[in-house]
Ligand binder design. Structure first.
Ligand SMILES: Nc1ncnc2c1ncn2[C@@H]1O[C@H](COP(=O)(O)OP(=O)(O)OP(=O)(O)O)[C@@H](O)[C@H]1O
Ligand SMILES: [Mg+2]
Length: 42
């Protein structure tokens, strides 16, 4: 299993947008079983 972390100390810079699209592509274009978890440091 591989983990990809998309991290920034600043809010609203596109982490969720990138994570959703990356997860979509990994599953639908590259056939990986994919889990996307969106969380917040606080
Ligand atoms: N489809 C869209 N069209 C235009 N702007 C968008 C779209 N989707 C997201 N945005 C804007 O892009 C920016 C980044 O959104 P996103 O939610 O991906 O950032 P984030 O890093 O996950 O934010 P947060 O730190 O609050 O979780 C936000 O200002 C959001 O309003
Ligand atoms: Mg977000």
């Amino acid at each position: 299993m591989r983990k990809v972390a998309i991290v920034s100390g600043k809010g609203g810079i596109g982490k969720t947008t990138l994570a959703i699209n990356l997860g979509y592509l990994l599953h639908n274009e590259f056939n990986f079983n994919t889990t996307v978890i969106d969380c917040n440091l606080t």
